[in-house]
Design a binder for this molecule. Structure first.
Ligand SMILES: Nc1c(NC[C@H](O)[C@H](O)[C@H](O)CO)[nH]c(=O)[nH]c1=O
Ligand SMILES: CC(=O)[C@@H](O)COP(=O)(O)O
Length: 209
């Protein structure tokens, strides 16, 4: 299968995805930010193209690729815990509202602040995307980080049951990375892989029986 056929295949599968109700986490590195930043933008554009609301895309950054799995797991777990807390908060809010309602009926109304603007969806993340760029240097550091990070990110998805997209370029030189971020120096700027990662996150978040 040629590369264009592969991308066509991915595009076919991603048509009709409705991400409007999803909450997505993007964790990206500050290492190689001149290449990482376009990848993040590509992922964001794909998420929004599939209907994900901007306020439901949470973006956090970490020093380097080695920190990606731990950060993703920490933030996904926090969102799952918030969801658990939310249930008890809803009960508390209902009790408060009941109190306010009875107070207003008795003529002693209580006014609450209502925040305007788009509000982030409560509850756990529906998917996460880890974005980084590893560029081979002159030692084995590259190989060890690439191996650890790829297995670590896989584990986050399996351990949390939240689809976690592997968005880490593992390149032998800077030009390889730039082409895969769509910012190649030559005539062929390449393809921004961030868009594929955003689409994959929506598709996997919606996967069900
Ligand atoms: N060489 C690259 C790194 N190295 C840094 C590590 O990822 C990590 O932040 C450090 O070892 C502290 O734990 N990171 C990248 O993202 N890209 C590289 O090319
Ligand atoms: C991926 C890396 O850690 C690498 O860029 C570090 O370079 P070096 O192997 O020359 O220390």
């Amino acid at each position: 299968m040629s590369s264009s056929d592969f991308h066509k295949g991915v595009k076919e599968a991603s048509r009709g995805l409705d991400g409007s109700g999803l909450k997505i986490l993007i964790v990206h590195t500050r290492w190689n930010s001149e290449i990482v930043d376009p990848l993040v933008k590509g992922a964001q554009q794909a998420l929004e193209a599939h209907g994900v609301q901007r306020q439901n895309i949470v973006i956090r950054d970490v020093p380097g690729a080695y920190e990606l799995p731990g950060a993703a797991q920490r933030l996904v777990r926090q969102s799952q815990q918030q969801s658990t807390n939310l249930v008890s908060n809803v009960v508390d809010d209902l009790m408060t509202a009941a109190g306010e309602l009875s107070a207003s009926v008795r003529g002693t109304a209580v006014t609450g602040e209502s925040s305007g603007g788009a509000v982030m969806k409560q509850g756990p993340f529906d998917a996460a995307i880890c974005i980084g760029v590893l560029i081979k240097g002159s030692t084995m550091h590259f190989e060890y980080i690439a191996d650890a990070v790829s297995h670590g990110i896989m584990r986050v998805g399996l351990d949390t049951a939240v689809p976690t997209v592997f968005g880490v370029l593992t390149c032998l030189n800077e030009e390889q990375a730039m082409v895969r971020a769509g910012i190649g120096r030559g005539d062929d700027k390449g393809h921004n892989h961030g868009t594929d990662w955003g689409t994959a996150a929506v598709e996997m978040a919606l996967l069900e029986l």
